[in-house]
Design a protein around this ligand. Structure first.
Ligand code: ZN
Length: 61
């Protein structure tokens, strides 16, 4: 199953964070797109999502 393969590649659920803009899972160890807001780290799948979040971070809290 494709889902199992993805999970295995990520080493399990612990390392997977949610991209709050795109509502998809992001590997916090691999992604280059992250930012801190309100004392919490946020992870994104791509530059566009990061920029969108930084524009109005309060929207995604
Ligand atoms: Zn994205």
């Amino acid at each position: 199953m494709l889902y199992d393969t993805v999970l295995f590649a990520n080493g399990g659920y612990d390392m997977v964070e949610k991209d709050v803009v795109y509502k998809m899972n992001v590997d916090e160890k691999k992604t280059l797109y992250k930012t801190e807001y309100g004392g919490k780290m946020y992870y994104f799948c791509c530059d566009a999502c990061l920029k969108k979040f930084q524009k109005e971070p309060q929207k995604y809290k």
